[in-house]
Design a protein around this ligand. Structure first.
Ligand SMILES: NC(=O)c1ccc[n+]([C@@H]2O[C@H](COP(=O)([O-])OP(=O)(O)OC[C@H]3O[C@@H](n4cnc5c(N)ncnc54)[C@H](O)[C@@H]3O)[C@@H](O)[C@H]2O)c1
Length: 477
């Protein structure tokens, strides 16, 4: 990082408060709030392509740089944009004088480091979900955004559903349906086997694998596809809980109105129905025991029954949220709507509509007000962290007979009921959990203030990672 001018400047100038605040006031004062915002998109084989098309459409925005460690992806991107600088190394890109803000859609293990480096180089950031690969580094992004006064949006676009989901959250929080009894996040999304290889696979010659691995361990490639399937190995991904699931985890937490991690978490699940190179569970329950009401998350990657193309639904939601209250419930079936039901299941109200999440970021970049962001990085950090702690409980768990699991959880009727539905779902997929045993995670206690587990060193170690030099998230941002 020695080469990043702005950062060196900040460091070496033995920065006075005045220097920082000049840096923080940033381009809006330097360049004028109506001037073009010049953006670099980092990582764009998949989701980053949407960043490019979404940002390109916004008046006063220009994509001036593209960065991807895969030269094939980079070349294809270059064809779509005139006059664009191209980079494979984010550090080199951050030295460019033609970039005001950075949008990041790399794999998860790069999110925190990429965002922190960008912030330290004086850029505003749009950061894909989950914002982190572990809890500790997520908090570091929050600290960096605050310290350098940068506008950092999380890529959880449901947060821009103002007349839809946000209005529904306000409706519930005002007590219109009585107290919340349970907040449920659902990710019933089909995930097939990723195949099984016999040994290390060749790295495509277009990819700089050292940069692709970045802060993660540089391991032989033990799966068919390097891109995308990194989601299903712990070194780089967070399973579907931290992939699709983080969207629904975020909304489930939003309804509860909690701005800290849960004090207790327990997970149950497995990777079932096929044997492949993936490590993360395709079937999972995560129980976050908030004092306000439990937040229960369910992941199902298998269909409603063996051979079917359909997925299960729960109270009308498949990839969504269901909030059970004293006097009815709310279903959020999409990224932009919510339906309110009374106790008898009759629809009593509907909320719909969303703003453009990229437009919201750009608005805040111009206003310099963090409050203008619909998904400030703090929200992204907390919801991402709920996925990570759920995964940690699972990772440290042990395979158990279903009767043992039932015995362990019998005192909690909500968890029992959720487990019962999971067992039925697996039976319909011809998974015999007496043979292919489920993992009962370890119950974990957390101090939400310090974001540290209480009394479990093994779990605490998983709140961060051993960063691979020189790709190290700094302790002091
Ligand atoms: N908000 C949403 O709805 C949404 C939807 C899909 C994906 N995502 C998120 O977007 C991210 C990317 O997902 P994807 O499906 O596009 O993955 P992908 O593997 O298909 O693409 C990732 C791209 O990043 C590049 N890359 C890797 N390391 C890089 C680095 N250090 N610098 C520059 N480029 C780098 C890869 O070469 C690749 O082109 C994930 O974190 C995912 O969770 C969000």
């Amino acid at each position: 990082m020695k080469t990043i001018t702005r950062r060196n400047f900040i460091k070496s100038a033995a920065i006075s408060a005045a220097t920082i605040s000049w840096t923080a006031r940033s381009w809006s004062q330097v360049a004028g709030a109506n001037e073009t915002i010049r953006i670099a998109v980092v990582g764009f084989k998949g989701r980053g392509g949407d960043h490019i098309s979404g940002l390109k459409k916004i008046a006063g925005v220009r994509i001036t740089a593209l960065c991807d460690v895969d030269k094939e992806v980079l070349e294809a991107g270059k064809q779509k944009i005139q006059d664009v600088e191209t980079y494979t190394d984010i550090r080199k890109m951050l030295e460019s004088k033609n970039v005001d803000a950075v949008s990041i859609a790399t794999p998860n293990h790069w999110h925190a480091l990429g965002a922190i480096w960008a912030i330290q180089a004086g850029k505003d950031v749009y950061l894909e979900k989950p914002v982190s690969h572990n809890v500790w580094e997520g908090r570091k992004i929050v600290e960096a955004a605050k310290k350098y006064n940068k506008i950092v949006q999380t890529g959880t676009q449901s947060r821009s559903s103002l007349t839809g989901i946000k209005a529904a959250v306000e409706f519930v929080r005002k007590g219109n349906l009585g107290k919340i009894l349970v907040s449920r996040g659902l990710c019933y999304k089909r995930r097939d086997s990723i195949g099984k290889v016999d040994g290390p696979q060749p790295i495509p010659s277009s990819i700089d694998y050292d940069l692709w691995c970045g802060p993660a361990q540089k391991l032989p490639l033990m799966r068919k596809r390097l891109h995308y399937d990194w989601h299903w190995v712990w070194n780089t991904g967070n399973g579907d809980l931290g992939n699709q699931g983080i969207h629904e985890m975020d909304v489930a937490r939003w309804f509860l109105g909690v701005m800290e991690l849960s004090p207790r978490v327990l997970s149950i699940g497995g990777r079932l129905g096929y044997i492949d190179d993936g490590e993360t569970p395709n079937t999972l329950i995560v129980y976050h025991d908030y004092p306000e009401a439990p937040l229960i998350f369910e992941v199902r990657g298998l269909p409603e029954k063996k051979g079917s193309k359909n997925m299960d639904k729960y109270k009308g939601a498949q990839i969504g949220i269901v909030i059970d209250c004293e006097n009815g419930y709310i279903t959020v079936p999409s990224y932009s709507s919510a339906i309110v039901y009374d106790k008898d299941g009759k629809v009593i109200k509907e909320f719909k509509g969303a703003e453009d999440h990229y437009v919201n970021w750009i608005k805040a970049v111009r206003s310099r007000k963090v409050e203008d962001l619909n998904a400030n990085i703090l929200e992204g950090h907390l919801s991402s962290a709920l996925c990570h702690t759920g995964n940690i409980s699972y990772m440290l768990g042990k395979k158990k007979d279903p009767n043992e699991i039932r015995e362990e959880i019998k005192s909690d009727s909500l968890l029992n009921e959720t487990f019962g539905r999971m067992a039925e779902h697996l039976a319909k997929n011809e998974v015999d959990i007496k043979i292919d045993k489920l993992i009962l995670g370890i119950p974990l206690k957390m101090n939400p203030k310090s974001e540290k587990f209480i009394g479990n060193n093994e779990a605490s170690a998983l709140l961060t990672r051993n960063y691979r030099d020189p790709f190290i998230v700094p302790e002091k941002v």
